[in-house]
Ligand binder design. Structure first.
Ligand code: FAD
Length: 447
C-alpha cells in the first residue's frame, strides 16, 4: 500500500463499541493529529444497537419511533450524536459498506473490500477488533425451509428496517406474527408488535420466559403481563421448520413445531441468540479460553499481539469473560482508546456486568428492568422480593409496582447479582451498590 493507505489506527467493525472508541479518541484529542479509520460492513455510521428491538419497533403513531440519525452513538451514553458529519469533522475515515476480508498481522496489513469494489490493502500501526456478533439465522439452527420470505432476524439496522417496512406495508393483510425465542430480544419484539394490532405468539423451548436469567416467579410476572396484553406464549415449543404460505410459496405461512403441529404465521421473527465470529484474526491472536469464544484481552483490551486490541462483544476479558452488553462496549472502548492514546497499561478493570431491557415503552405502563452482577446459580439461591405479589395481580393496563430478585451467595448470604424491575433511579443505584459492596441480602434492601 502507498502511504495514503497507512493508518495510525484501524478499527474493524462499526457497531456500538466502535462508536464509543471514536468518542474516547476524540475526547482525548488523539484523533485530530492521527489517521484513524473505521471499517464497517454496515452502510450507516455506528449507532446504539439496543434501540433496534425497542423504540425502533414502536407501533405506527407512537410518540417515539427511533430512526437514524436519531440514535447514532454516543447518544445512549450521553455524548454527541456521531453522524457521518461528526466523523468528517474529526477526520476519522468512516469506510461504510466495507468488509475487512483478511488480516496479515505480521505485516500490519488488512485487506478490505467495499460493496461492488475490488479488494485493497490498508496498513496500520494499531488495530482494534470490534466485529461484534451476528444473529443466529433459521439456517444456522437447522430450521427446515430457512429461506422463505417474511422471516427476519434483528442484528443490523438494515434488517430491522426491512422488517418494519414489510410490516407497515402489510398492516392490513398480516394477522399472525410468530416470535421464535423467549429471551430478551424475543420479549422486546413481542411487546412492540403487540402494539401494532397483530396477533403475536412467542414460541420457545424453555419452561418460561428468560429462563437463562429469570427465576420462575419473576418470569411469571412478565408472562402474566404479556398474556394480559394479548401475547400468546407457547412454552416448551421447539420450532423445527418454516412452512410456505399456500398463496405464495416463496413466503412463510407458518412454523412447524417439533410436535408436528403447524401454527399459522404471516411473518416470523427469530430471536434465538447470536454468535461471535473470530475468523478474521483467529490465527493472529489468542482466543478466549474453553467455550468463551472471542479474542483474549488484558485490562487494556490488548490481545496476545501488542498491536491488536479487541473491544465489545468479541473481547474476552482476561481470556475468560465475554459480555454482550452495551455497557461493556462503552467501558471496553474507553479502556482501549485510553491505553492507545496515552500509550500506557490500564489499571485492572473491575467490570460489574450490567444489563437492561425495556418493554412496552410506547404505553403508559412500561416494564423496565436492570440487572447487575453475576447471575450464575452455582452456590447461590435466588430470593424474590419487593411487590412481587401485587405485580402478579396487574391487568396489563396497570402500572407494575417495583419488584426484584437477588442472587445470594449461599455461604455468606451476600448479594452477587440483583435484578430490579420498574425501580426508581435511587433504587437502581442502591441495587448496583449492593452488588459492588457484596451487601448482606435483605428483602427490604431497596426500600
Ligand atoms: P456490534 O454492535 O454488533 O457491531 C459489530 C459491527 O462490526 C457491525 O457493524 C458489523 O457489520 C461489523 N463487522 C463484522 N465483521 C466485520 C468485518 N469483517 N469487516 C467490517 N465490519 C464487520 N445490550 C444491552 O446491554 N442492553 C440491551 O437492551 C440490548 N439490546 C439489544 C437488542 C438487539 C436487537 C441486539 C442485536 C443487541 C442488543 N444488545 C443489548 C447487545 C448490544 O447491542 C451489543 O452488546 C453491542 O451492539 C455489541 O457491540 P459491538 O460493537 O461489539 O458489536
Amino acid at each position: 500500500a502507498d502511504s495514503g493507505d497507512h493508518y495510525d489506527l484501524v478499527c474493524v467493525g462499526g457497531g456500538n463499541a466502535a462508536g464509543y472508541l471514536a468518542k474516547t479518541l476524540v475526547d482525548l484529542d488523539w484523533a485530530e493529529g492521527k489517521k484513524v479509520a473505521i471499517v464497517s460492513g454496515e452502510p450507516v455510521a455506528p449507532y446504539e444497537r439496543p434501540a433496534l428491538s425497542k423504540a425502533f419497533l414502536h407501533p405506527p403513531g407512537a410518540k417515539v419511533r427511533a430512526r437514524l440519525p436519531g440514535f447514532h452513538t454516543s447518544v445512549g451514553g450521553g455524548g454527541d450524536r456521531q453522524t457521518p458529519e461528526w466523523y468528517d469533522e474529526h477526520k476519522i475515515d468512516l469506510m461504510l459498506s466495507t468488509m475487512a476480508v483478511s488480516l496479515d498481522a505480521g505485516a500490519g496489513k488488512l485487506t478490505v473490500q467495499g460493496a461492488g469494489q475490488s479488494e485493497r490493502a490498508i496498513s496500520f500501526d494499531k488495530l482494534v477488533l470490534a466485529t461484534g456478533a451476528k444473529a443466529l439465522t433459521p439456517a444456522d439452527i437447522k430450521t427446515e425451509n430457512p429461506d422463505l420470505g417474511n422471516v427476519f432476524t434483528i442484528r443490523e439496522e438494515a434488517e430491522a428496517l426491512e422488517m418494519v417496512q414489510t410490516l407497515e406495508a402489510n398492516q392490513d393483510n398480516f394477522k399472525d406474527i410468530i416470535i421464535v425465542g423467549g429471551g430478551y430480544i424475543g420479549m422486546e419484539t413481542a411487546a412492540a408488535f403487540s402494539g401494532w394490532g397483530f396477533n403475536v405468539t412467542m414460541a420457545f423451548p424453555e419452561k418460561h420466559l428468560m429462563q437463562r436469567l429469570f427465576p420462575e416467579s419473576v418470569a411469571e410476572v412478565f408472562e402474566n403481563y404479556f398474556s394480559a396484553k394479548g401475547i400468546k406464549l407457547m412454552k416448551e415449543s421447539m420450532v423445527t421448520g418454516l412452512v410456505p404460505s399456500e398463496s405464495d410459496n416463496s413466503a412463510v405461512g407458518g412454523v412447524k413445531l417439533k410436535s408436528g403441529d403447524v401454527v399459522n404465521a404471516d411473518a416470523v421473527i427469530f430471536g434465538v441468540g447470536s454468535r461471535v465470529d473470530t475468523s478474521l484474526a483467529e490465527s493472529a491472536v489468542k482466543l478466549g479460553e474453553g467455550r468463551t469464544g472471542g479474542y483474549a484481552v488484558d485490562d487494556s483490551m490488548r490481545t496476545s499481539n501488542d498491536k491488536i486490541y479487541a473491544i465489545g462483544d468479541v473481547a474476552a476479558l482476561n481470556g475468560k469473560s465475554r459480555y454482550e452488553h452495551v455497557d461493556f462496549c462503552r467501558k471496553s472502548a474507553a479502556q482501549a482508546a485510553t491505553a492507545i492514546a496515552e500509550g500506557r497499561d490500564m489499571p485492572k478493570m473491575d467490570y460489574l456486568p450490567y444489563f437492561y431491557s425495556r418493554l412496552f415503552e410506547y404505553t403508559e405502563t412500561p416494564l423496565i428492568f436492570q440487572f447487575y452482577g453475576d447471575s450464575s446459580t452455582d452456590g447461590a439461591s435466588i430470593e424474590v422480593f419487593g411487590n412481587v405479589d401485587a405485580a402478579m395481580e396487574t391487568s396489563g393496563n396497570d402500572k407494575v409496582p417495583g419488584f426484584g430478585a437477588a442472587w445470594v451467595d449461599a455461604s455468606t448470604q451476600t448479594v452477587r447479582g440483583l435484578m430490579y424491575c420498574n425501580g426508581t433511579p435511587e433504587q437502581y443505584d442502591t441495587a448496583k451498590n449492593a452488588v459492588l459492596t457484596s451487601a448482606k441480602f435483605s428483602p427490604t434492601m431497596l426500600d
